[in-house]
Design a protein around this ligand. Structure first.
Ligand code: KIV
Ligand code: ZN
Length: 390
C-alpha cells in the first residue's frame, strides 16, 4: 500500500501511456513509451500507469520494461475484472520495485448492462477479482468505471466490498466527464464519511474533460478528501481527454494559499515532457492551452507588453522558469506598443532616441497591419529603411 504520512500530500498518478495512448491516433512506439516513462519517473510522478498488459503483446512488453527500468515511481498496469487479465498484468508489473495492479469494472446501469450481470453478480465478481489481485500484489487499485453515474447505494456497497477484499486505493472515475466541481467534492466526501474502512485507503480522482471541467473536478475531489489525482501530460486522452497533469500541478503550486496540498512533481520539467508527448503522440498542443501552450507566456498587446516590461506580475501569475521556459515572450504584432518595440530594438542592438523611435514606430505599425507577426529580421529591415546604400 502506498504510504502517505503527510495528509496534505497529493499523489500524482500519470496515465499518459495508458488512457492517453487510448486516444485515437495517439499510439506511441515501444522506444517512445520507455522514454516518456523515464521522463515521468525523473520529474517526480508518484505512480505511472504504463499500459494495459492483456491488450497486446506490445503493451505487455512495454509495461514489463518500464517496470524493470523505473527508479522511483510505482509502476501500475490496468486489468479488467477477469482473472486472466489480472494474471497477465501481474506478470508485467511484478518486475518493478513497487508494482501495482489496477483492476476495474463498469458499475453504472449502462455499464452493468454490457456484461449482463445483476448487481449481486457484479458485487461477487468485484470481491473475487480484487481478492485475486491482492493475493498476487500487495498494492491494488480498484475503480468502479462510470462511478459518477452509478447509483449512490450501489457505489457505496461495491467500494466497501473492494476495500474489504484488499484494495488500498479506490479510484472514482468520471469516465465521461459528466460531473461538476461541487458534486465531485461531495461524492468523495460522502464515500469517505460513509463507507466502513474508507479511512484505511487512498481515494483517487480520475476525470475526463468532455465538458472542460476535468481540472476543476479533480481539484474539487481533492478538497473532498481525494489524495491521488489521475492525469495525463497535455490532457491527452479519449475524446476531449483526461485531466492535464500540468494544470493540476501548477494550480496547486500557484494557489497554495487556498488549496494547501502539495505534489512531488518538479514543475521545471513540465515543458520538456509536454513537447515530447506532443511530438511522439502526434497531438500538437493548442496555442492557448493553459500552462504549456505556445501563448501561455506570450503578450502581444501594447498595454500588456508595457505592463509586463514594468512589472511582470501585472499579467503573469506563474514564472516561466517554474514550468521550464527560459523567459516569457513579447511577440510584435499590430497590437504592440512603443515600449515593446523599443525593448526589441535594444535586444537587437539598436539604441534609439525618442524621434527615431517615433519614425520607426510608424513604419512598424504599417507593416504590422499587413503581417500577423513582425519578426526580428523585419525590425532590422525597418531600421535600415532610409539608410544610404553603400
Ligand atoms: O475513465 C475511466 O473510467 C478509466 C478507467 C479504466 C479507470 O479510464
Ligand atoms: Zn479514463
Amino acid at each position: 500500500m502506498t504510504s502517505m504520512t503527510d495528509k496534505n500530500r497529493v499523489l500524482i498518478f500519470d496515465t499518459t501511456l495508458r488512457d492517453g495512448e487510448q486516444s485515437p491516433g495517439a499510439t506511441m512506439t515501444h522506444a517512445e513509451k520507455l522514454e516518456i516513462a523515464e521522463m515521468l519517473d525523473d520529474m517526480g510522478v508518484d505512480i505511472i500507469e504504463a499500459g494495459f498488459p492483456i491488450a497486446s503483446e506490445g503493451d505487455f512488453k512495454a509495461v514489463s520494461e518500464i517496470a524493470r527500468a523505473s527508479k522511483n515511481a510505482v509502476i501500475c498496469g490496468l486489468a479488467r475484472a477477469q482473472l486472466p487479465d489480472i494474471d497477465r498484468c501481474w506478470e508485467a508489473v511484478k518486475h518493478a520495485k513497487a508494482p501495482r495492479i489496477h483492476t476495474f469494472i463498469g458499475t453504472s446501469p449502462l455499464h452493468r448492462a454490457i456484461p449482463n450481470l445483476t448487481m449481486d453478480e457484479m458485487a461477487e465478481r468485484i470481491h473475487q477479482t480484487v481478492t485475486h489481485a491482492r493475493n498476487l500484489c500487495d498494492n491494488v487499485q480498484w475503480s468502479p468505471m462510470d462511478a459518477t453515474r452509478t447509483e449512490w447505494d450501489y457505489l457505496r456497497r461495491v467500494v466497501e466490498i473492494a476495500i474489504k477484499a484488499g484494495a488500498s486505493t479506490i479510484n472514482i472515475p468520471d469516465t465521461v466527464g459528466y460531473t461538476a466541481p461541487a458534486e465531485s467534492a461531495d461524492l468523495i466526501r460522502r464515500l469517505i464519511a460513509e463507507v466502513p474502512g474508507a479511512d484505511e485507503v487512498i481515494f483517487a480522482t480520475h476525470c475526463h474533460n468532455d465538458l472542460g471541467m476535468a481540472t476543476a473536478n479533480s481539484l474539487a475531489a481533492v478538497a473532498g478528501g481525494a489524495r491521488q489525482i489521475e492525469c495525463t501530460i497535455n490532457g491527452l486522452g479519449e475524446r476531449a481527454g483526461n485531466t492535464a497533469l500540468e494544470e493540476v500541478v501548477m494550480a496547486l503550486k500557484v494557489r497554495h494559499d487556498i488549496m494547501p496540498w502539495t505534489t512531488n512533481v518538479d514543475t521545471r520539467k513540465i515543458m520538456a515532457i509536454s513537447r515530447r508527448v506532443a511530438t511522439v503522440s502526434g497531438f500538437p498542443v493548442q496555442f492557448n492551452k493553459a500552462v504549456v501552450g505556445k501563448n501561455a507566456f506570450a503578450h502581444e498587446s501594447g498595454i500588456h507588453q508595457d505592463g509586463v516590461l514594468k512589472n511582470v506580475e501585472t499579467f503573469e501569475i506563474m514564472r516561466p522558469e517554474d514550468v521550464g521556459l527560459t523567459s516569457n515572450s513579447l511577440p510584435l504584432g499590430k497590437h504592440s506598443g512603443r515600449a515593446a518595440l523599443k525593448d526589441k530594438l535594444k535586444q537587437l542592438g539598436f539604441e534609439v532616441g525618442d524621434n527615431q523611435l517615433k519614425d520607426v514606430f510608424v513604419r512598424f505599425k504599417e507593416l504590422a497591419d499587413r503581417k500577423k507577426e513582425v519578426y526580428d529580421d523585419d525590425v532590422v529591415a525597418l531600421m535600415r529603411v532610409g539608410e544610404d546604400p553603400e
